[in-house]
Design a protein around this ligand. Structure first.
Ligand code: AMP
Ligand code: MN
Ligand code: MN
Ligand code: MN
Length: 311
């Protein structure tokens, strides 16, 4: 029952495939090679300050032990985890400021990863305060909807699960399991919390444009997180990419967790077509047979393409 899931494997970047793609796209002038020191990085991870299982301390200690050299803790709409450890980072690891910001483009909920910003910049602090408020209001609405579906006490329940973390749908999912309403968190998303369901309330977030502007004003770099997760047509994804770039965004996340075959190729094409850079991350939340382990090997990503070169 309660056995610890097998530690998931680190995603291994198949550069043979990428270099074939690059030459098809006229990338023969690209130079390869990178120092070993920065070969494993991770710019998308979650701690218990949002919906991750590990404390920020345990997360960075583990990343350092597993050979990650540069990373960011990118909790949903909070930098509390980052702030709790940024003064005492294990040697051999470089920790960059990060956060995964919820926003919306039209009616679609979008995630933007911010990297390397000044965590004390008032423009960022204000933005995070407004997200705190939005998340609390959203949690109340989710709880109302669950109440009407015969699940009373969801707000108190989810807040108890969150233990002071930035509240999100995964805390509601966990509570629904604990309260016996569903068998699994996956089922909670499938029935109530997932895209288009009653508990999926996305109209309260700041706009994509304001979000990217905030990141830039705080001296950071904006990365469009997991672009294929929004389930858009190719045309619509291009429009999103253009809106993101026009707002001042610089990179697409070409590796998020364990991409499905072909996904990375699709994203590389878009990156080159729109003259953007790339970012990569495990989106680690916890050990799971489905998710990726910490760290992404980037030794073979062409020079000049990684957003990390500007951090
Ligand atoms: P929120 O930030 O409150 O909108 O919740 C989004 C988070 O819920 C994502 O970052 C995932 O960690 C988690 N999530 C989204 N969809 C699912 C799903 N189908 N099953 C389990 N967790 C999910
Ligand atoms: Mn999450
Ligand atoms: Mn996300
Ligand atoms: Mn994430």
């Amino acid at each position: 029952m309660n056995s610890i899931p097998r530690r998931s494997a680190r995603y291994h970047f198949d550069y043979g495939r990428q270099s074939r793609l690059a030459s098809q796209l006229g990338g023969s002038a690209i130079r390869f090679g990178r120092s070993v020191e920065i070969a494993v990085i991770d710019f998308h991870t979650h701690s218990a300050a949002s919906d991750g299982a590990l404390s920020a301390r345990d997360l960075i200690d583990r990343a350092a032990r597993e050979g990650v050299r540069r990373m960011a803790i990118t909790d949903h709409d909070t930098i509390a985890g980052y702030l709790s450890v940024c003064q005492s980072v294990p040697s051999g690891l470089e920790l960059i400021s990060g956060v995964e910001l919820s926003c919306q483009w039209g009616r679609v909920g979008i995630h933007v990863v911010a990297l390397g910003f000044d965590p004390a910049a008032p423009v960022m602090t204000r933005h995070l305060e407004s997200l705190d408020k939005a998340r609390r209001e959203r949690a109340e609405k989710i709880a109302d909807r669950l109440d009407r579906s015969g699940m009373p006490g969801a707000l108190e329940g989810a807040m108890a699960v969150a233990e002071g973390a930035q509240i999100g749908r995964p805390h509601f999912a966990r509570w629904m399991v604990l309260a016996g309403h569903v068998e699994s968190e996956e089922m909670a998303f499938k029935r109530f919390l997932g895209r288009g369901k009653q508990g999926d309330i996305s109209m309260l977030w700041p706009t994509l444009g304001d979000t990217v502007a905030t990141i830039n004003a705080a001296g950071g770099l904006a990365v469009l997180a997991h672009p294929l997760d929004y389930k858009m047509t190719a045309t619509r994804l291009r429009a999103l990419t253009d809106a993101f770039r026009d707002a001042g965004g610089v990179a697409l996340e070409v590796i998020n967790g364990r991409p499905r075959p072909g996904d990375t190729d699709t994203l590389w094409r878009l990156v080159r077509e729109r003259d953007l850079q790339v970012s990569v991350g495990s989106d680690f939340h916890r050990d799971s047979p489905y998710g990726a382990g910490l760290g992404v090997e980037i030794a073979q990503i062409p020079e000049g393409m990684g957003v990390w070169e500007r951090l």
